[in-house]
Design a protein around this ligand. Sequence first.
Ligand SMILES: C[S@@+](CC[C@H](N)C(=O)[O-])C[C@H]1O[C@@H](n2cnc3c(N)ncnc32)[C@H](O)[C@@H]1O
Length: 424
Amino acid sequence: MSAIESASIRIFIVVPPGFERLAMAEITYKFPEIVKYGESPSAVEVVNFSRGGISLEVPEEFVPELHYRLKIPTSIRERLYEFKCRDFPKLFNKIQALPWRNYLVGDAFELSVSAEKSRLANEKRISQTVSDGIHRYFAKQPPKKATSPFTHKIYVRFTNDVCTLSRDLSGQPLFQRGYKEMSAIAPLRENLAAALNFALSRACGPVEALIDPMCGSGTLLFEAWLFGRRWNRQTSVEGDYAFLHDDRWQSPDLQPERSQPKEMGSASKGASQTALKYFGFDRDESALQAARSSAKRLGCTEAFTFLKHDLFSEVSSENGRLPLNEPKKQNKKLNAAVILNPPYGERIKLPMSPQRYYPQLLDRVVQNAPNDVNIKALGVVIPKAQARFVANSVGPLERSEIFNFQNGGLDVQFHIFLSQVDKK
Ligand SMILES: C[S@@+](CC[C@H](N)C(=O)[O-])C[C@H]1O[C@@H](n2cnc3c(N)ncnc32)[C@H](O)[C@@H]1O
């Protein structure tokens, strides 16, 4: 075993289904060292994709940084054990023989059980057996004295008669970033917003401005700004990262800095994700208020402008054009990307039929761009059921990619359109 392998840990990175490859690209982009490691002949086979996750073997000391820097994952789990098991006595025996002192604080734990395509299918009974096994282990050797109590979450998964035990390292889901005080109706989850921005910026390259004409509480814009930055969610101890309650990650230099988000170092220098200016528009003033207060909490008010504007109102300023008000540099147009998550007609009703609404919306976004803006790319979320109403091109932009995912239980798509003139 090489030195690096001896300090390695098997992790499962939970990501929104549909974004597995993109999430791996984020890891590759931000942690080139891991990928180099992953490409070594002995480790290459440990990079596995399954729906909604990536299995990876990484040096143990990377666990905190993965949490602070990756923005697409929902959570990160440590793979503990995997064994074939087709009856309850064997399950009990296996569980009571595992070294739980290494994974739990005191004898506290919480179980999440699921079973499919396995002889052991009764999830309640699996849970009871695992729980009895852990208690038996601690009856034989008393738990370490806990200095600060914490309940780790253990995942027990049965698939095809293989039992996989994992431990959550993240605590609260990672999309709960903690910068939002209030949010508007139907906000996008932060990690989905991060994924969409990363997809768009990979397609179009660097831009000077990012515009969201239906920004709501600003999630898409904030996540674009945050993508290249280190972030910790600054919560109470109960909401802390679970890995902080493990001796392996107790060293002070592995602790998150409780301060403003930091630009990342070498791996993210020249990050194409970071535009210079961010413009958010919405017709709803209370959503814009929420956005402004989040910008304050993030300490990034200077980069952001939030203005009231109705995309479908004929009487808004400059004949419906988005009021950007940016000083032009030497008569040069500002290179911008537009990203939006419009209403789906579910929680927010559409003013006309979806057949008419989505094509009109995209036309307006492109036609009504301010005169001094050159739109290089457009990324838009559309309910899958309505996607057929959207053409392959919008003005000078042509569709280049579609991502399928779910938002709030609804099948949706993210369509990326690129300017043919500016094509990379
Ligand atoms: C699904 S939400 C977008 C939420 C946002 N992406 C977020 O994550 O917070 C749609 C937003 O579009 C806004 N909206 C709907 N029709 C609009 C219009 N005609 N002009 C401007 N904004 C509009 C709504 O007020 C709402 O905030």
